[in-house]
Design a protein around this ligand. Structure first.
Ligand SMILES: Nc1ncnc2c1ncn2[C@@H]1O[C@H](COP(=O)(O)OP(=O)(O)O)[C@@H](O)[C@H]1O
Ligand SMILES: [Mg+2]
Length: 337
């Protein structure tokens, strides 16, 4: 649905230039809940602002439903923007207008038939479960409620694409989950394609089917969330996963002993489909001790992690790790005793 091709963006001001995006290529399919994660300054906001042409790239192409949006004339661009909703971290509501008027405004500027505006606002408030706040003002709402109003407003003109720039970053973890669940529900109901930017891996875990990791203006890793979680390829992705707020975790402290290796095994699905651990013990005649385990529940699947302590003949321990790698399990050696 969306192809981002060789996109570069350099900002120049006072003769100083910043390469915010170096060479971005991404494919986003219809119905994706596509996450883009990166540290501050990685280029995330620049990338999302290019997608509705709040910003122009220095070079490259952005194809949406077979059309290069960079070639749109004014009227085509206006039409396209109507079909591309956006929500932000700061909600961007008008404080002097009621909830009803905030949403109605988006319809008025899009020349929505006047007599239908009221019923469309009601419909949207129902969608975001906020009907009882129709006459409230933004200052009277919680952060989560404000974001619901902003979502209703973004969806007012029946967009096909919803862009979200750190929309949950100002919210507490519980409200964040509520908003992400709402977005997932709405996506199904309205057949939306959602592109969501965040600096938190738990947001990706709880909402997205695909993810791209952005670092220094480049995509360093992209694909299905389940693949990235079970087998992260780059140090930065591993770091993001390490800082996840765990959902379920059983942890014991472990001591590092000479002659013993501690490894972290990652697998996809609720359980390893082969009896890996008993095979390990039998095949290599080593001892395996389970020290800890955790599960990340993703939108499409789960990724489990086990921390194992290996002991026994050193050569056999090394062989067993190679064997695990051959079995396509994610392996990280935490301690090489
Ligand atoms: N309008 C601008 N003018 C100059 N530099 C900018 C502008 N917007 C962003 N940048 C720079 O581009 C880089 C990427 O910024 P941004 O896209 O906002 O990253 P993120 O959203 O990932 O934090 C940063 O180095 C930032 O300072
Ligand atoms: Mg940003």
């Amino acid at each position: 649905m969306i192809q981002i091709k060789d996109i570069k963006k350099t900002y120049t001001s006072n003769k100083i230039s910043v390469d915010a995006l170096k060479n971005i290529n991404l494919n986003i399919d219809k119905g994706d809940f596509y996450g883009i994660i990166g540290l501050s300054g990685a280029g995330k906001s620049t990338l999302i602002r290019l997608l509705n042409r709040l910003e122009e790239p220095s070079s490259g192409e952005i194809i949406v439903e077979s059309k290069n949006i960079l070639n749109f004339n004014n009227s085509e661009l206006q039409k396209y923007r109507k079909k591309t909703g956006m929500i932000f971290q700061g909600f961007n509501l008008m404080s002097s207008k009621s909830v009803e008027k905030n949403i109605a405004f988006a319809l008025e500027v899009a020349d929505y038939p006047k007599e239908k505006i009221k019923s469309r606002v009601m419909e949207l408030l129902k969608l975001v479960e906020l009907e009882d706040k129709i006459h409230s003002y933004p200052a009277q709402l919680s952060g989560g409620q404000k974001q619901r109003v902003a979502i209703a407003r973004a969806l007012a003109n029946h967009p096909k694409i919803l862009l979200s720039d750190e929309a949950t970053s100002a919210l507490d973890p519980k409200t964040t989950k509520n908003i992400l669940n709402l977005l997932k529900d709405i996506q199904k109901k309205l057949n939306l394609t959602i592109i969501l930017i965040t600096h938190q891996m738990e947001v990706i875990r709880d909402s997205c089917n695909k993810v791209a990791v952005l670092d220094g203006g480049n995509v360093v890793e992209a694909g299905e969330v389940v693949d990235i979680f079970s087998n992260p390829q780059t140090a930065i992705t591993q770091e993001f996963i390490k800082h996840l707020i765990p959902e379920e975790e059983v942890e014991v402290t472990f001591s590092q002993k000479k002659g013993r290796k501690i490894i972290k095994l990652s697998y996809v699905g609720m359980a390893v489909d082969k009896p890996i651990i008993s095979q390990l013990v039998r095949k290599f005649d080593i001892d395996v001790n389970i020290l800890a385990g955790s599960i990340d529940k993703l939108v499409t699947n789960s990724v489990g992690h086990l921390i194992l302590e290996l002991s026994g003949e050193m050569e056999k321990q090394v062989e067993s790790i190679d064997w695990l790698k051959q079995n396509k399990l994610g392996i990280e050696v935490l301690y090489n005793g």
